[in-house]
Write a protein that binds this ligand. Structure first.
Ligand SMILES: Cc1cc2nc3c(=O)[nH]c(=O)nc-3n(C[C@H](O)[C@H](O)[C@H](O)COP(=O)(O)OP(=O)(O)OC[C@H]3O[C@@H](n4cnc5c(N)ncnc54)[C@H](O)[C@@H]3O)c2cc1C
Length: 560
């Protein structure tokens, strides 16, 4: 079958995609289209937990305030309050589905993480995401209204405009939502509405990775839940799926993207040749772990010299401090020391980290853990409102792919899983409340009659590597105008090579991911170049100060 019809298409099987599928499936036929194995993604890897106001003495206002402080003036207050106030219901929903959250004396055990003024992180020991995903996958598999298409990769969205069907009168209704206007003109952002505002999403093309064929999916509503773009950097905590596909596809379809310069670098990724992307959870610092220079430099604890909150400072502060100390002393890594907590505590609270480190010969009960910063979270993404609407009618963006305004210039720890659930439900409710367009036009099949097999796949592998290295070196934790210019120049060269490959050869997952990564790299660099200040996660040596007014960066695609 090379053509499928559904009520709703959901791209991605992380927490955002699966939550939306479950909310919709009572009345709608839903396709979950996902590249690779079903359920892969960052959600599966989340360790620390999910933030929600549940403790006695904690208040919505405090969670809102902590989020706004971390976001460095760029959080959208309405989106922040919306997520915070809906967080407890999301936890209750997961409990209802059977997620076995850790408890103490019969009540949920709450941890505290950097930037939170209260203990409010619900968790399942130190493998929260895997436990949540296991539970959701069971429910999704049991639901006859949800059809799973694993090993199916989104190639591109199909829009009326692309098919020449756009009559320009189907303007997306954003009046009761929260899509922000374009307050900061950037390199190509001169207008406040994107070309997609008069267009509509009709479905998508997906590469069936096993049959090596492109399949057409038709539906009046499509949800992008494709996660972040950490793989654009050489060092990342993200899984291989995080190649920014949804952001790139939405941009190509005419949607605005926002705040792409704000990439969160997790301060503590395990430094070991066989475990480049294993995260050492924030919760270790929350429970008293301290950062030290190596024994060759006296094992000195250095965070108190950088910030009064020491190891509990927000991630960007800690990541920059580590970067500073590593560069100053020429170190490969620094050390996170939790040995004072004792073996019993560590076995009970951090069994996964303890086991993984033990496999690599590190006994965290007796010796400090070698750590480095790594790209961890994409704060920006496809601009979306409180219902998940993008600029394109019939297209929603939820989860890490979206830029809802919650994270501003820096994400507060454990706010992203909850954002996935809150916006998945909001988007689903919007779809349930909206009647589908009556007529669904016929969509053309993918045409591969003009292409041949690539004879130089080495080019793709080489370009992947080159892109990730220069993004790490030039567009990493500390940026300069010169480095951004260098990156932009290389991106332009890669783009022309990839465009040529895409136009002339059969597509593969590697090529599609590279195409998307280069697109996302371009968006990151353009946003970074447009920000003439250092705010939140964006730090520029050329602009170390803050502008008086905090404005999001908004990029608007050129008219198709
Ligand atoms: C190591 C780690 C630990 C973390 N810990 C926490 C934590 O403790 N608390 C917290 O709140 N957040 C945490 N985060 C962040 C959080 O996990 C993510 O932001 C969140 O899981 C994103 O969910 P998602 O559904 O948007 O994307 P994902 O879970 O990444 O799912 C994306 C899905 O889309 C699919 N996909 C991508 N591209 C395509 C395509 N072209 N076609 C088809 N399918 C596609 C992928 O295969 C995947 O199934 C952590 C992240 C990492 C990496």
């Amino acid at each position: 079958m090379n053509s499928h019809h559904f009520d709703v298409l959901i791209v991605g099987s992380g927490l955002a995609g699966l939550s939306a599928a479950l909310h919709l499936a009572a009345t709608h036929r839903v396709a979950v289209i996902t590249k690779g194995a079903f359920g892969e993604g960052s959600s599966n890897w989340a360790q620390g937990g999910i933030a929600a106001v549940l403790a006695e003495g904690d208040h919505f206002d405090e969670h809102v305030q902590d989020t706004l402080v971390a976001g460095a003036g760029l959080c959208d207050p309405a989106a922040t309050r919306f997520v915070v106030e809906n967080a407890p219901a999301s936890i209750a929903w997961l409990q209802g589905l059977g997620v076995p959250f850790s408890q103490e004396d019969g009540v949920l055990h709450l941890t505290r993480e950097g930037g939170h003024s209260q203990r409010r992180i619900v968790h399942v020991t130190d493998a929260t995401g895997a436990a949540v995903q296991r539970t959701l996958i069971e429910h999704v598999r049991a639901n006859p209204n949800i059809v799973l298409f694993d090993h199916h990769m989104l190639v591109d969205l199909i829009t009326a405009r692309r098919l020449g069907l756009d009559d320009g009168d189907e303007k997306h209704d954003q009046t009761d939502g929260n899509v922000r206007a374009n307050p900061q003109a950037t390199s190509n952002a001169g207008t406040s509405l994107s070309p997609a505002a008069t267009d509509r999403c009709l479905g998508l093309y997906a590469l069936d990775e096993k049959r090596d064929q492109v399949v057409t999916f038709h539906a009046p509503q499509t949800l992008l839940a494709t996660g972040g773009a950490g793989k654009v950097y050489l060092y990342t905590t993200n899984p291989d799926t995080a190649t920014g596909d949804g952001i790139a596809a939405a941009w190509r379809a005419g949607c605005r993207v926002s705040n792409m310069e704000f990439i969160q670098f997790h301060p503590t990724c395990l430094y070991h040749p066989y475990a480049k992307s294993f995260l050492i959870s924030e919760a270790l610092r929350g429970e008293g772990g301290v950062l030290r220079l190596p024994p060759s430099h006296g094992s000195v604890r250095f965070m108190p010299q950088h910030d009064a909150r020491a190891e509990l400072a927000p991630r960007d502060v800690v990541a920059r401090a580590i970067d500073f100390e590593m560069k100053k002393h020429g170190l490969d890594c620094v050390y996170l020391d939790i040995t004072h907590k004792g073996a019993g505590f560590l076995h009970e609270h951090f069994p996964t980290i303890l086991a993984r480190c033990a496999e690599l010969g590190i006994d965290i009960t007796r010796e400090p853990i070698p750590v480095v910063p790594a790209a961890h979270y994409t704060c920006g993404g496809v601009m979306s409102d409180l219902k998940g609407h993008t600029d394109l009618a019939g297209l929603y963006a939820i989860g890490e792919t979206a830029c809802t305004g919650l994270h501003g210039a820096n994400r507060l720890a454990s706010n992203s899983l909850v954002e996935c659930m809150v916006f998945a439900r909001a988007a689903a409710q919007d779809i349930l409340a909206t009647g589908s367009p009556a007529v669904s036009p016929a969509l053309p099949a993918w045409d591969s009659s003009q292409v041949t097999d690539a004879d130089e796949s080495v080019v793709i592998a080489h370009n992947w590597d080159e892109l990730r290295r220069f993004m790490w070196n030039y567009v990493g934790i500390v940026r300069t105008n010169k480095r951004l210019e260098r990156a932009a120049h290389r991106i332009a060269l890669l783009t022309s090579e990839i465009d040529e490959f895409y136009a002339n050869f059969h597509i593969s997952r590697d090529l599609l991911e590279l195409r998307n990564l280069v697109q996302v790299a371009d968006l990151i660099v353009r946003c970074a170049q447009a920000r003439h200040e250092s705010r939140g996660l964006h730090f520029s040596r050329d602009y170390p100060g803050l502008q008086d007014e905090a404005l999001p960066t908004v990029l608007t695609p050129a008219a198709a």
